[in-house]
Ligand binder design. Structure first.
Ligand code: GLC
Ligand code: CA
Length: 535
């Protein structure tokens, strides 16, 4: 029997290179630092790493502003270091997923510099979205950047260029065939260097429509699109149905071409996962049709409350929608763009939810530091570096809290991350979360993750779908438990603040926190906890 491709039910560990390990004392993590610590990652029991961008970049948006997609930024090392990292990962049995950022380049990319010089109407400007100002001097339309402020900036000769993100991130014009040709070159470049897949940044954004039309509520729309802005779900959903620059049909043609490239490496199983936050949710399935990409992120768990009904709806819907295109879902509780899950829903809840999700079919993404139960870092405004903080004049605090470097060991900050001054401060209170400390503490989050990932591998990978044993009822106030069965394993989560008695057979394998007590022939699941039983 042919075994399933490696990515089908993988666990993938997201490394934000700047925050992992600094090898040379400049306060910023780098590729040599990652390579030196890949054994730690392997011992977690994950299948792959995903590296956020480490390409040449002025770093206005944490490297998602790429000035040369086929080279390494000196702050992270060089191409030889990248090659060593990939080779070492492979030696350890880990696959490597690289980030690719096709919606925009940095304004420092030579294409954009050439466009500035070449002037209006030139072939150089046709690689971006340059337009003349309105007769009154205002930008071509009223769109607002996802980082705040107008999504147009003016150049010396009066033309405006479009940037959905920072003004240093000009959007590329995907109607120009040169753009795709260049990205195909980039894909081949990294595959040839050894990477096993790609995470496609803003995968739903490449194609724009109605670039000269105003939107009726540009500010509302921009808020609705931000994971870190809270909003009433109905209001958000209504706005999300009106985005003119996301999820246009044309993006799918691009991914069909890319899929042919991936498949042309017949002995390699190259995969791609789309960062595509689209609405309605059913649209996400289009990205994973058989001739397109392999996975699409499901962002719902990044904002879902710790509530039985909410979680049930999100999980059940994702499994069902993916099944319609024969794909498996993906799960993520944290990433570099959203508050850390332990801060957002609480640390016990975060452990319970991780254990609950590890049992589900599909792939799970783990953001480095999540395994330690790290909270968001506490930062002063003077520490902040996120462009959204600057572009909203401090109204939006931004994503730096989730990007504070990892604490490795020792008694005082920066806990082995660097011998210098870390680029974001690491609180002294993080001593309890160091890898060294958690390794010694059998009740730590790190132990839970290792244990759960190895049990997942042993009992669940490839076991097919789940069967809900207890699902919450709409309109009922007593929705405390979520229970599903998969293969021989029963997974129970108690989202309430009171221990719950359950009728469950089998032997306890793991519990996320607290102790499972027997009572009257039943099992008592602690508050805010999840447990796995084996038949
Ligand atoms: C994606 C990245 C985010 C970045 C943005 C613009 O959403 O995850 O970090 O700021 O794209 O490239
Ligand atoms: Ca460094």
């Amino acid at each position: 029997m042919k075994s399933a491709p490696w990515w089908k039910e993988a666990t993938i560990y997201q490394i934000y290179p700047r925050s992992f390990v600094d090898s040379n004392g400049d306060g910023e993590g780098d590729l040599v630092g990652i390579t030196a610590n890949l054994e730690y990652v392997q011992q977690l029991g994950v299948d792959a790493i995903w590296l956020s961008p480490f390409y040449t970049s002025p770093n206005k948006d944490g490297g998602y502003d790429v000035a040369d997609p086929r080279d390494v930024d000196p702050r992270f090392g060089n191409l030889a270091d990248a090659k060593k990292l990939i080779d070492r990962a492979h030696e350890l049995g880990l696959r490597v997923i690289a980030d690719i950022v096709p919606n925009h380049f940095s304004d420092q990319h030579h294409w954009f510099q050439a466009a500035l010089k070449a002037g209006r109407g030139s072939a150089e400007r046709a690689r971006f979205h340059f337009y003349d100002a309105n007769p009154d001097g205002t930008p071509p339309n009223n769109w607002i950047s996802l980082f705040g402020g107008p999504s147009w900036s003016q150049v010396e000769d009066g033309q405006y260029y479009l940037h959905l993100f920072d003004s240093s991130q000009p959007d590329l014009n995907w109607e120009n065939p040169e753009v795709n040709a260049d990205f195909e070159k980039t894909l081949h470049f990294w595959i040839n260097l050894g990477v096993d897949g790609f995470r496609i940044d803003v995968a739903h954004g490449l194609v724009k429509e109605d670039v000269l039309k105003n939107h009726p509520d540009p500010q509302g729309l921009s808020n609705a699109l931000r994971l870190d802005v809270a909003m009433d779900a109905q209001a958000r959903n209504a706005l999300l149905l009106t985005v003119p620059y996301f999820d246009r049909q044309g993006v799918h043609e691009i991914y069909r071409k890319w899929r042919k490239i991936f498949d042309s490496y017949t002995d390699r199983q190259i995969m791609a996962v789309a960062e595509a936050w689209v609405h309605p949710p059913v649209n996400a399935t289009r990205y994973v049709r058989a001739d397109e990409l392999h996975q699409v992120f499901n962002f719902d768990l990044l904002t879902a409350e710790f509530d039985a009904l909410v979680l049930y709806d999100v999980i059940d819907r994702s499994i069902e929608l993916n099944a319609t295109v024969n794909a498996l879902p993906t799960w993520a509780l944290s990433n570099h763009d959203s508050p850390r899950v332990a801060s957002r829903i609480g640390s016990e809840q975060a452990r319970a939810l991780a254990l609950f999700v590890f049992g589900l079919p599909g792939s799970t993404y783990i953001f480095a530091g999540q395994e330690l139960g790290l909270p968001d870092g506490e930062l002063e405004d003077s520490d902040r570096q996120d462009p959204s903080f600057f572009r909203t004049k401090g109204k939006v605090k931004g994503r730096d809290g989730a990007r504070v470097p990892l604490p490795w060991g020792g008694d005082s900050t920066p806990f082995g991350f660097t011998t210098g001054k870390p680029w974001l401060p690491i609180s002294q209170s993080w001593q309890e979360f160091t890898v060294e400390n958690e390794n010694q503490n059998p009740k730590s989050s790190l132990h839970l993750y290792k244990n759960a990932l190895s049990l997942r591998q042993m009992h669940l990978t490839g076991q097919g779908g789940i069967e809900w044993i207890e699902s919450p009822q709409h309109g009922s106030k007593s929705n405390a438990l979520l229970i599903y069965k998969r293969g021989d394993i029963t997974v129970l989560m108690n989202v309430s603040d009171i221990a719950q008695e359950c009728d469950v057979d089998g032997k306890l394998l793991v519990v996320s926190s607290g102790v499972v007590d027997p009572h009257n022939g039943k099992k008592v699941i602690p508050a805010r906890s999840c447990a796995w039983f084996i038949a």
